[in-house]
Design a binder for this molecule. Structure first.
Ligand SMILES: Nc1ncnc2c1ncn2[C@@H]1O[C@H](COP(=O)(O)OP(=O)(O)OP(=O)(O)O)[C@@H](O)[C@H]1O
Length: 277
């Protein structure tokens, strides 16, 4: 069953300015991009800085409107939905940001941060809210005592856990993760990836996992789509892409990934040589 679909999406910025500033041509952030995500699938969206990954995430979440093209959720076209109509599906699609701290209200405690989406969607009883927040905290590996803390009183890893807790509070079907662990060290990153896997199993989630680092996604994702200049140039399983990348741009991204296995290292060198020639 298709959960999410993008059909010929385009997003061009700066077109309004060209009337005032001669020579301004605008930026084509997303360029004729189509893909679909099956229910229960984890899709890695990989590409270098500026290729349009975050813009695509905003279009999928309905935070911005595309210049042209369509977005569909469970076959329902929501491209032209108003902000208030988006409420009916926003609880099913959530996001985890690279820097959760910046997305939190600094005056809110952890309890208020996680409880906010629940209150927005109608839960009013303080006792029920407390139980739901505690249950969600436990699922992301935080303790009950953390509910009284403010965001700045948490470590970077704990802040990202609160970001995940807020995202799962409404029990969504899809979470879009935009470079969620890039500021964390390798050990912590591994723990957080394991946490996402566990939540996927427990809650039946689907993920779109945005990163510039191919090494992060090859084991975690069912498939990996490589973005280049606003479009998807290649989509394969993680394992396949690490060994048999088709597109020259994917091979260039791969050359930045450290290879542990010496046999694969030899393979990669020959592919890079082929690319250079
Ligand atoms: N609001 C905006 N107004 C004008 N241009 C924008 C806007 N948002 C993004 N862009 C431009 O669109 C292009 C794609 O940006 P985007 O942030 O989607 O890339 P990205 O792949 O997510 O990059 P990064 O990995 O660095 O976050 C860039 O050239 C960027 O400068």
């Amino acid at each position: 069953m298709k959960l999410l679909e993008a059909v010929s999406l385009n997003k061009r910025y700066g077109m309004e300015r060209r009337w005032f500033t001669p020579g301004v041509r605008g930026v084509q952030a997303v360029n004729n991009l189509s893909f679909s995500l099956e229910s229960g699938e984890t899709l890695g969206l990989v590409g270098e800085s500026g290729c349009g990954k975050s813009t695509l995430a905003r279009l999928l979440l309905g935070l911005e409107k595309p210049s042209s093209g369509r977005v569909l959720y469970r076959s329902e076209d929501y491209t032209d939905w108003s902000f208030s109509k988006m409420r009916t599906i926003r609880n099913r699609m959530q996001m985890v940001f690279q820097n959760s701290l910046a997305s939190f209200n600094p005056l809110f405690t952890v309890e208020q941060i996680i409880g906010e989406p629940l209150r927005n969607y109608g839960e009013r009883k303080a006792q029920t809210l407390r139980v739901m927040v505690e249950d969600t905290l436990e699922r992301v590996g935080l303790e009950r005592q953390h509910i009284h803390r403010y965001p700045h009183e948490l470590s970077g890893g704990q802040q990202q856990r609160v970001g995940i807790a807020r995202a799962i509070a409404l029990r969504p079907e899809l979470i879009i993760c935009d470079e969620p662990f890039s500021s964390l060290d390798v050990t912590l990153r591994k723990q957080m990836m394991d946490l996402l896997q566990e939540l996927k199993r427990e809650l039946g989630l689907s993920y779109i996992f945005i990163t510039h680092d191919l090494s992060v996604v090859n084991r975690f994702c069912d498939s990996v789509a490589v973005m280049y200049q606003g479009g998807i140039v290649e989509r394969q399983t993680g394992e396949h892409i690490m060994q048999h990348a088709d597109h020259p741009h994917t091979r260039r991204l791969l050359s930045a990934v450290p290879v542990q296995d010496p046999r694969l290292r030899g393979h990669r060198i020959s592919r890079e040589k082929e690319y250079r020639e």
